[in-house]
Design a protein around this ligand. Sequence first.
Ligand code: PSU
Ligand code: MN
Length: 312
Amino acid sequence: MSARPPLLLAPRVAEALAARRPVVALESTIISHGLPRPYNLEVAHELEAIVRDAGGIPATVGVIGGRIVVGLDSAQLELLALADGVAKVGVRELPLAVASGRHAATTVAATAAMARSAGVRVFATGGLGGVHRGAGAPFDESSDLTTLSRTPITVVCAGVKSILDVPATLERLETLGVTVAGYRTKRFPGFYVADSGYELEWSLSSPQEVAATMAAADQLGLHGAIVVANPVPFEHQLDPAVHASALSEALAAAQSKGVRGKEVTPFLLDHIYQATGGASLEANVWAVRNNVALGADVATAWEAMVSAARGA
Ligand code: PSU
Ligand code: MN
């Protein structure tokens, strides 16, 4: 047995948590497998800068040489963005990546789980994984969903990726006891587009309302995540007609090529990128930027609420 603990909390993140400064977790799969190189590295740095500019501390999560790092430094970010052979790992693959000493990018599921173990309460990403279309044979549902059912962390995202079966994913989030609220909207966001076409019953309208919901979940002893569904700014969404046609092309291509398993999501995102002449990428990155900015505000409101409660 190695004496080296498998999870490394970067000292700057540990200090921030101890000082109760607002920390926002960020994932690395979007960097390694969701965006084209070398733009991905630029985005990785930009997202961290958005958190810092809002007064927060970014903690991007990934696996470096078998060590789960919460708070990658810039050389580690560069490695996960540009190196070949970086694995994509959900929670179940974490022990394999640790034991074999691999470099790996963490999905929403793995990022949420590791960030929460490190004590981080807020996480921002693009769009969650969920139930894939035609998820019958073989059944394909992202472990993002089951992990969020048992990980009390707040995830700011632009809904679930539109490549998925959105209504089925909403049903599963309900079954799994994951709290879902729109941010200033009762329309469930559609990742590349502001509106997926599905409704939400609840919405929250400020970072303070999100923080109050987090406090209530804690007091109730609930274990599920809180999903804050924040639409891509309308002016940056992908034209819905362009989106619809690129999506059906991508789904047909995946079907005819027999793409399976964890390759499905990166394949579809890349196909849509090609089919829209790159326009989907801008919408995707705008969605993430917007989520990261809100994540920083939520983390700030959360820490303010905690210190007010302590002072009271
Ligand atoms: N959001 C994005 N781009 C991405 C992802 C999310 O804007 O690439 C990643 C996340 O890491 C998410 C994963 O957890 O896609 C889902 O993959 P799968 O369907 O294989 O579980
Ligand atoms: Mn899958």
